[in-house]
Design a protein around this ligand. Structure first.
Ligand code: NAD
Length: 250
């Protein structure tokens, strides 16, 4: 028996082959959920969904576009009748120092990470409110907690810290509707988000700061997302769960 039997889940930014969203989608599907993979490119989203099996959907959705988020929520509510789980995973990062951040950098990083988390939640929460049930998992980062120093710049730390504030305030607001909202703070996980800009020196510096002595795997984060999305976490809301190999113990 799967932990998510009969449940439906939306995962944003989940087309990236080695990404946290795809690993989470795969684990959710293995646990019985029907999954909608959302990403910028429709073909990539469809291909990623097809990898999981016939029950799953791949849809184009830019999470910075509120109308697009609403259209996806309406489509899935019509198809599935319910949306049990939302994982706000879409995110981008940039390895910039404070004085290098231009307005366009700020807009891009804040918009995808923070605005996108708000918009997709706004689209899905009314459906969850009607069902009086739901679980939202937001991807923050250890960068929010320790002031960066992994890869992303201060604007990324700020966006991910904003996600923690949003998570906690929304958890408080929607707890009476039986909607749980939690955040995951991954440490350094080996995915393609660094876009080839991670140098061997940066890598060895990062590894030196991880007591467990290895980078995280996407499956490490997926396991935490499964716990938070499932009824195992029935009394957890407003939490921030560290998945960082001990790189920040606090
Ligand atoms: P990734 O780059 O592999 O995947 C991110 C996906 O988001 C991509 O498929 C991309 O197309 C999609 N995306 C970008 N902009 C989008 C938009 N506007 N709308 C919809 N989709 C969009 O990244 P990842 O490493 O799997 O990261 C997933 C999440 O985890 C991100 O929020 C990231 O900030 C967070 N995170 C990652 C790490 C890490 O070390 N990899 C650490 C902490 C937090």
């Amino acid at each position: 028996m799967g932990l998510l039997d009969g449940k439906t889940a939306i995962i944003t930014g989940a087309a990236s082959a080695r990404g946290l969203g795809k690993a989470t989608a795969r684990l959710f599907a293995e646990h019985g959920a029907r999954v909608a993979i959302l990403d910028l490119d429709e073909g990539a989203a469809r291909a990623a969904a097809a990898d999981l099996g016939a029950d799953h959907l791949g849809l184009a959705c830019d999470v910075t576009d509120l109308a697009a988020c609403r259209a996806v929520a309406e489509r899935l509510t019509a198809d599935w009748g319910r949306i049990d789980i939302l994982v706000n995973n879409a995110g981008i990062t940039q390895p910039l120092k404070s004085l290098e951040i231009q307005p366009a950098h700020y807009d891009a990083v804040l918009d995808v990470n923070l605005r996108g988390t708000l918009y997709m939640s706004q689209a899905v929460i009314p459906v969850m409110q009607r069902a009086r049930s739901g679980s939202i998992v937001n991807l923050s980062s250890v960068s929010a907690q320790r002031g960066g120093g992994i890869f992303g710049g201060p604007h990324y730390s700020a966006a991910k810290a904003g996600i923690l504030g949003l998570t906690k305030a929304m958890a408080r607001e929607f707890a009476p509707d039986q909607i749980r909202i939690n955040a995951i703070c991954p440490g350094f996980i080996a995915t393609d988000i660094t876009g080839g800009k991670l140098t061997p020196e940066m890598m060895s510096g990062i590894l030196a700061g991880i007591p467990m002595g290895r980078a995280g795997e996407a499956s490490d984060v997926a396991g935490c997302a499964l716990f938070l999305a499932s009824d195992l976490a029935a009394y957890c809301t407003g939490t921030e769960v560290d998945v960082n190999g001990g790189s920040l113990i606090h």
